[in-house]
Design a protein around this ligand. Sequence first.
Ligand SMILES: [Zn+2]
Length: 272
Amino acid sequence: MAKRIVTILPDLTFEEALDITKIYSVAGCIRNNSLIMQRPFRSPHHSISSSGLIGGGKIPKPGEISLAHNGVLFLDELPEFKRSTLEVLRGPLEDNKILISRVQASYTYPCNFMLVASMNPCPCGYLGDKYRKCKCTDYQISNYRSKISGPLLDRIDIHIQVSNIKYDNLENEEKESSSEIRERVNNARKIQLNRYKKYGIHSNSELDLKLINKFCKLDKNSKLLLKKSFEKMNLSARTYFRILKVARTISDLDNSENIKEEHILEAIQYRI
Ligand SMILES: [Zn+2]
């Protein structure tokens, strides 16, 4: 699923292609002299070091987060990564760029990537499974989960539990194709480009506090719903604003000018 995400992301613009190519060129990863026309998908192994992830070396080269610029960075088995390695992602996830300082000079590399990560519900992987029994102790489970810090989790907008696939569903059914989904995504992106053309941003994820207040207005019921969830789930301020942005995107995908109650409900659901 993670690998397929790049196939539904909006079409690459010329500027984005140029940026990606420049980074790969600096990293010495360009094989022929042509422009890279695909969004990158990077999935580093969990043994990667902090500098491998964010960039480093004597003359700092771009790390995986920059090689994933305008594309996807996939971290499989998230708790297997060193906690200190994961923590370095916090800054870049907010700023979309990374500054690497050396004695001689400082280097800034862009890193506007989509972070996708996977993990099991517990070390054995069967917690909550209908058919197999989990053998982990409470201590093992909490130890496993504590490898992901709250602040990092806060910065991940959509959390989804994926259950095992049944045998019957393994057969090839008629499913929606990537290009069909991408059409919807492109449409939502077009709405956002149009809405923000005066503000120098391109998408909902770039909304700051002021613009959130302007473009993520809620009706009375939605406000009440969000207020209740905020208190019940003990959400952070950061999560609150991220839910609003996700709801804005869901409403754009729905071709709806305003955020409706169902959009807020769906966005909150991705936080449970
Ligand atoms: Zn288990």
